[in-house]
Design a protein around this ligand. Structure first.
Ligand code: HEM
Length: 141
């Protein structure tokens, strides 16, 4: 059985610290808000960007550094939002480009593999909600 990517131990990486996470999150979401494919979804759903960025920073701190700072339910909004495969592809393309630009290569790679697994877990959960079963599109192969 495949380990749950939301709970399996994080990749503790010596090159990754809170400053890098905050920078990645703030630059990534500034780009997300202007993105032609996913910008509108975020701008409609997020009323308080400071709150959203703080929550996402806690999320990545928990994933990458195991700080336990995030106590939310990350799956929930991604089950109810009108997300299509192209939205996941655009989100990941932007995240990966941003991580490669602002992090050292090995740190970027660590963020990227986690993001792909989590994106796949959201897509697979959405499929199972529809009674379908899909293969992970981004983290395997
Ligand atoms: C199709 C791609 C995605 C879209 C369009 C999207 C959109 C959103 C939106 C609009 C929210 C805010 C919901 C609200 O405040 O009501 C949200 C929350 C969140 N997203 Fe995404 N997301 C995507 C992919 C991802 C991925 C791949 C990750 C993780 C790697 C992620 C992590 C989170 C987290 C942690 C939250 C906060 C959940 C909470 O409220 O605790 N998202 N997302």
């Amino acid at each position: 059985m495949t380990a749950n990517p939301l709970t399996q131990p994080g990749i503790a990486h010596p090159a990754i610290d809170e400053t890098m996470i905050s920078r990645l999150v703030s630059i990534f979401y500034a780009r997300v808000r202007r993105d032609p494919v996913i910008g509108a979804i975020f701008n409609e759903a997020v009323a308080d960007w400071d709150h959203h960025l703080a929550k996402i920073t806690d999320f990545w701190s928990g994933v990458m550094l195991r700080t336990g700072r995030y106590h939310g339910r990350p799956m929930q909004p991604h089950l109810v939002l009108p997300l299509e495969p192209r939205h996941f592809d655009a989100w990941l393309a932007l995240f990966e480009a941003t991580a490669r630009e602002i992090c050292p290569p090995d740190a970027a790679a660590a963020f990227i593999i986690r993001a792909r697994r989590i994106a796949d877990s959201f897509e697979m959960a959405r499929a199972s909600q529809r009674g379908e079963f899909i293969r992970p599109r981004h983290s395997v192969g």
